[in-house]
Write a protein that binds this ligand. Structure first.
Ligand SMILES: Cc1cc2nc3c(=O)[nH]c(=O)nc-3n(C[C@H](O)[C@H](O)[C@H](O)COP(=O)(O)OP(=O)(O)OC[C@H]3O[C@@H](n4cnc5c(N)ncnc54)[C@H](O)[C@@H]3O)c2cc1C
Length: 444
């Protein structure tokens, strides 16, 4: 079936246009961008609706998602709309009838929809499936079961309740376009499913070009319009960097890969072999990009612009830079809320949410864990539960996650089941404050 179309008309191809375009692409729209130097507003047409300078919430409304109703109390609030959050929401709605809100700081679908192209190993899709399509289907499935969405809002504060039988958890989310427009909702259960966020380049000159020449995702749409005249720098030595390099070289572009180690150190052999055989790709190993410089507006909107990358004292004039250099959890607010996290390396700024026995990992490592003290906790510990009652974690944000789409979806499903079991053991949790009668949580 052909995709529905959406159009964006704007003065320049800036960060706002890039965000709107990606938002709509995640909603599975075929997006056409027209640059009109005389345009005063960014005008978006989705189906029969035309919006001027739309916010993510307005865009979501046109995409026919279910936005939050007036009631700001839910059985379950899922934070993060990627595969883990979506799987949890679909199961919580379809099997357990929990009223569910998904808060997503960007667009429904998560990193999976932005980061990966074709997935060949997902159960049931013998011909492979595009990650965006998979996520789009999951968004539709969540909608079918009436999960509600708060897109474009990032959770900035979280007050977990120490006793959900008497007091609900409180979650505050903020819209970056309107920082004063904060939304606070309460819930009996919370799922942390915030994944990890692509790591950004730290060179001071890189920030000015974010979404305007330097990108942290490589979508199939990015290859549209790329020709043999283009030179593209891909930074990173992982599978996604390799895939991006092949995608652009497939369009005839000259690709320069800047890799900190060697091509074969972290990349799947099947991808590095293709890169070695590709005449359009130059691999520069043991290097980092040291500098970026250019006129502010990159091509194609400014034909005179030259984004220049310097590495190993050599300068490359490029069309665009794709930096695909790992990802980090953004868990400050989770840690501030008293959720136990584990750092993979001592130098890591943020940790990953600890669940199950990992809650005690630090104490075990330090030799301060006292069995007698935690005997009761150990009996109740479940794989997806954090140290706060009624707060669960699933997907990439969870320590020990495998960081795959299939495992994230599996963890979300498992978390929904863990929540169901938690409610069976603590039926009064749903009655807290709002007095919602527990309906049929005793389903097998
Ligand atoms: C470049 C790249 C390539 C990859 N390639 C593959 C592949 O080929 N195959 C594969 O199986 N996996 C691949 N992965 C991994 C896969 O994408 C992840 O494992 C999967 O998306 C994890 O799902 P998740 O739901 O845990 O998190 P995500 O998909 O990251 O979703 C988390 C969501 O939470 C949102 N969020 C974060 N913080 C907040 C907040 N404070 N408030 C509200 N929302 C928030 C984010 O915007 C995001 O949408 C790749 C990942 C990357 C980065």
């Amino acid at each position: 079936m052909p995709k529905p179309t959406a159009t964006i008309t704007a003065k320049a191809k800036d960060k706002t246009v890039e965000r709107i375009k990606r938002f709509l692409e995640l909603g599975d729209y075929d997006v056409k961008v027209t640059i009109d130097p005389n345009a005063t507003d960014t005008v978006v047409t989705v189906g029969t609706t035309t919006l001027k300078n739309p916010t993510p919430a307005q865009l979501a409304a046109t995409m026919d998602l279910l936005l939050p109703k007036k009631s700001s109390t839910y059985d379950l609030v899922v934070i993060g709309g990627g595969p883990a959050g979506l799987a949890a929401a679909i199961n919580a709605r379809s099997l357990y009838d929990l009223t569910t809100l998904i808060i997503e700081q960007y667009a429904p679908g998560g990193t999976a929809a932005t980061a990966v192209n074709q997935i060949d190993n997902y159960l049931g899709f013998d011909e492979g499936i595009d990650a965006g399509d998979l996520c789009h289907r999951a968004v539709l499935q969540a909608k079918k079961f009436e999960a509600q969405w708060l897109p474009g809002y990032g959770v900035t504060a979280f007050k977990p309740s120490d006793d959900p039988k008497t007091k609900k958890h409180e979650i505050t989310a903020t819209n970056s376009d309107a920082p004063h427009d904060a939304v606070t909702v309460s819930a009996s259960l919370v799922l942390l499913a915030t994944g990890v966020i692509p790591r950004k380049l730290t060179q001071p000159t890189a920030a000015a070009f974010e979404d305007e020449g330097i990108y942290y995702y490589a979508l199939p749409a990015d290859a549209e319009g790329v020709t043999a005249k283009d030179t593209i720098v891909v930074i990173g030595g992982g599978d996604s960097a390799g895939r991006a390099a092949l995608m652009f070289s497939g369009k005839g572009a000259k690709v320069v890969m800047l890799i900190r180690d060697t091509l074969t150190k972290t990349m799947l052999k099947v991808i590095s072999d293709k890169i070695k055989a590709d005449k359009n790709i130059t691999v520069v190993e043991n290097t980092e990009a040291t500098e970026f410089d250019a006129i502010k507006t990159p091509p194609p909107d400014n034909p005179n612009a030259k984004l220049t990358v310097v590495a190993k004292a050599k300068s490359y004039a490029v069309t665009a830079v794709y930096a695909l250099i790992s990802a980090d959890p953004q868990t400050k607010w989770i840690e501030d809320a008293g959720i136990t996290v584990v750092r993979k390396n001592e130098t890591d700024k943020y940790g990953l949410a600890a669940t199950g026995l990992d809650i005690f990992l630090d104490a075990i490592k330090k030799g301060t864990f006292k069995y007698e003290e935690h005997k009761k906790d150990l009996e109740n510990v479940t794989d997806m539960a954090t140290n706060k009652p009624g707060v669960f974690a699933a997907g990439d944000v969870r320590y020990r996650a495998e960081r795959r789409i299939a495992t994230a979806a599996g963890e979300g499903t498992e978390a929904a089941l863990a929540m169901h079991n938690y409610l069976k053991a603590n039926p009064k949790v749903l009655d807290a404050e709002a007095g919602r009668a527990a309906p049929y949580y005793y389903l097998a």
